[in-house]
Design a protein around this ligand. Structure first.
Ligand SMILES: [Mg+2]
Length: 378
């Protein structure tokens, strides 16, 4: 039998909108409302189609065009080095060929039981620093609490709050006090049972981290993310201090540079949650990394903010990774991208039981985007 080959590669950047403007984080200016996921569509010589997030340039597409599928996707390991720029589209393709959701294929590949139905914990990642126009601390805290309330109404039960206002956008003391007021207000708004995390985008230092954790101890923060740049000495100190202070908050890091040091620190118990970006690092590498992190008793919680499609990709890792933490949920709607069956219910992503990643493309919108800003080969 002749091996199927890759007959066509199309790529385009789609454009979608968040329902609410996203403000700043500790270091960056406004994130705005627009999301622009890059989407690849692969077609094989025997008519199978795979779609998925990709940032691959035309030159990467030229490398894979005409290649046998076996050179791009290994049924025992996922995308090959050659296929990596089209990792997600290849997973979608392989899963559709098998007539299974990606999560089922991934679980089988990692010798895990395939769940009958998949629901994965997620958190509302939309609580940015949106309050800088407000002079009063209490008004600022009320605004972010109201945003959390909106998330609650959409089904979220876990919330990540951006902090580090005093790093760049506000005077240090006023910004830190406002961070603390915001955390307390959000906890009051979402109630004692919700999960609450903070993300400082490296905008704190060790002492500020201790201060904020101490002053919000009654808020029982689930994790502190990127309090400062990865530093083993400072993390050891923070860890020892938390133990004495009786603070159970986890330490999460890794979205920025996917630092390999984090794995050694996870092994040493200094880092609890690893957050390499799902697209920069890749779905296939994450699948294998998750097995290592399981062995180190560390949690997997891939970052993907800004690319929208990660909402529908990250949950598929959860069936294959024992210590999968949370999907980061960046609510948006992107015309052309049809995520049929995905929904948020009681703090979990309900993943559709459809072949592949379970989202479709609107033909007209995608073709137009390919014409306007993408490429098609041949
Ligand atoms: Mg982050």
């Amino acid at each position: 039998m002749t091996q199927p080959t890759l007959r066509r590669v199309e790529w385009a950047r789609l454009e979608g909108q968040r329902p609410r403007h996203a403000g700043r984080n500790a270091r960056l200016d406004n994130h705005g409302t627009t999301v622009r996921p890059g989407i690849a569509r692969l077609t094989t010589s025997d008519g199978h189609i795979g779609i998925g997030f990709s940032r691959a340039p035309r030159t990467a597409a030229e490398q894979i065009l005409g290649q046998p599928l076996a050179a791009l996707f290994d049924p025992d390991a996922g995308a090959t080095a050659l296929g990596q720029p089209f990792d997600c589209a290849l997973w979608d393709l392989a899963a559709k060929q098998a007539g299974k959701p990606v999560y089922a294929l991934a679980a089988e590949m990692m010798s895990k039981a395939v769940p009958a139905a998949l629901r994965v914990p997620c958190y509302d990642t939309s609580l940015y620093i949106d309050d800088l126009h407000l002079a009063e601390e209490q008004a600022a805290a009320a605004l972010i609490a109201q945003e959390a309330q909106t998330g609650w109404e959409q089904g979220h039960r876990a919330f990540k709050v951006k902090v580090g206002r005093g790093s760049r956008h506000m005077e240090l003391e006023a910004g830190t006090r406002r961070d603390i007021a915001v955390i307390r207000a959000v906890r009051a708004a979402v109630g004692p049972d919700a999960t609450l995390m903070i993300d400082a985008n490296n905008g704190y230092n060790l002492n500020l981290t201790k201060r904020v954790l101490a002053e919000t101890a009654e808020c029982r923060l689930h994790w502190v993310e990127e309090p400062f740049h990865e530093d083993r000495v400072l993390y050891d100190d923070l860890r020892a201090w938390m133990q004495v202070a009786g603070i159970q908050t986890l330490i999460a890091d890794g979205e920025g540079d996917a630092s390999p040091s984090l794995l050694a620190w996870a092994e040493a118990g200094v880092i609890d949650v690893v957050q390499y970006d799902i697209f920069s690092y890749g779905f296939t590498p994450w699948l294998h990394l998750g097995q290592r992190l399981d062995g180190l008793h560390a949690q997997s919680a891939p970052h993907h903010y800004g690319a929208h499609v990660g909402n529908y990709v990250a949950p598929h890792l959860a069936a294959a990774i024992g210590r999968f933490g949370f999907v980061e949920w960046d609510e948006a709607a992107t015309p052309g991208l049809i995520p049929s069956g995905y929904r948020i219910d009681e703090g979990q992503v309900v993943v559709p039981d459809r072949p592949g990643f379970g989202f479709d493309l609107d033909e007209v919108v995608f073709e137009r985007a390919v014409d306007e800003n993408g490429y098609r080969l041949p």
